[in-house]
Ligand binder design. Structure first.
Ligand code: 5RP
Length: 237
């Protein structure tokens, strides 16, 4: 038995480094957002420099854009490169069959658009993110500011149709002001505990006027690389 006991941050780092195996010269790469994705961006910048790789990267947030440029990666937009080879991103929860909750970092909209534009989405995470069912992490839902209160009421009503019961709260920033996304929208976090029917709920939320996007990523991820406390990385397919 290994006596190694990596911290959660080191588990994120080894998962991020394992994802470098998916990157080949000439690829177009989507870059996720969050602390795990940041490990990947830094490792990718180092690999591109050491091996002289020509990569074109599309970041999923202003924060990732800044970091990618700092580490010397070539950054462009999805409009310039509408088809990407692979996106590497973190997650807040990884449930059965690679179902995900994302958006803890507030970038779910761009993350979903970029993942959809990619031939493969590879998830990287520490082992605490793997869960038997989705919902313990509050589900982020991005809404337009107009009528946000009313949209919140519609969201709560939709929950009753799908066996979901829980409070929603408008996300705030470190100053107690409403958190504003890169797309100038707001985010509700919906504490559900368990989501019995993620597909049904996700489809319903997608049809609600005022909802821009929700953090259920279903049928999108191709593999998840899980960094573990014993210094190994598991691959989930
Ligand atoms: C950002 C996300 C992140 O991938 C998610 O919140 C995980 O973050 P971290 O890697 O910091 O644990 O979805 O919108």
């Amino acid at each position: 038995m290994s006596d190694t006991n990596l911290s959660a941050d080191d588990q994120k780092r080894i998962a991020a480094e394992a994802a470098l195996a998916y990157i080949k010269d000439g690829m177009k790469v989507g870059l996720g957002t969050g602390s795990t994705a940041a490990h990947f961006v830094i490792a990718l910048g180092r690999k591109a420099k050491d091996e002289g790789l020509k990569l074109t990267c599309v970041p999923t947030s202003e924060a990732t854009d800044k970091l990618a440029r700092e580490v010397g990666l070539t950054v462009t937009t999805l409009d310039d490169q509408p088809h990407l080879d692979v996106t590497v991103d973190g997650a807040d929860e990884i449930g059965p069959r690679l179902t995900l909750i994302k958006g803890g970092g507030g970038a779910l909209l761009r993350e979903k658009i970029v993942a959809f534009a990619s031939s493969q989405m590879i998830v990287i995470a520490d082992e605490s993110k793997v869960v038997p069912h989705l919902g313990n992490f509050p589900l982020p839902i991005e809404v337009v500011p107009f009528g946000a209160q009313a949209t919140g009421t519609r969201i709560l009503e939709s929950g009753k149709l799908f066996g979901c019961d829980g409070a929603i709260s408008l996300r705030t920033d470190e100053y107690g002001e409403p958190f504003v996304t890169d797309g100038n929208n707001l985010i509700y976090d919906w504490a559900l505990g368990e989501i019995p029917d993620p597909d049904g709920l996700g489809e319903y939320l997608s049809r609600l006027p005022g909802v821009v996007e929700h953090g259920l990523f279903l049928g999108i991820a191709h593999a998840a690389l899980i960094g573990k406390a014993d210094d190994s990385v598991d691959t989930l397919n």
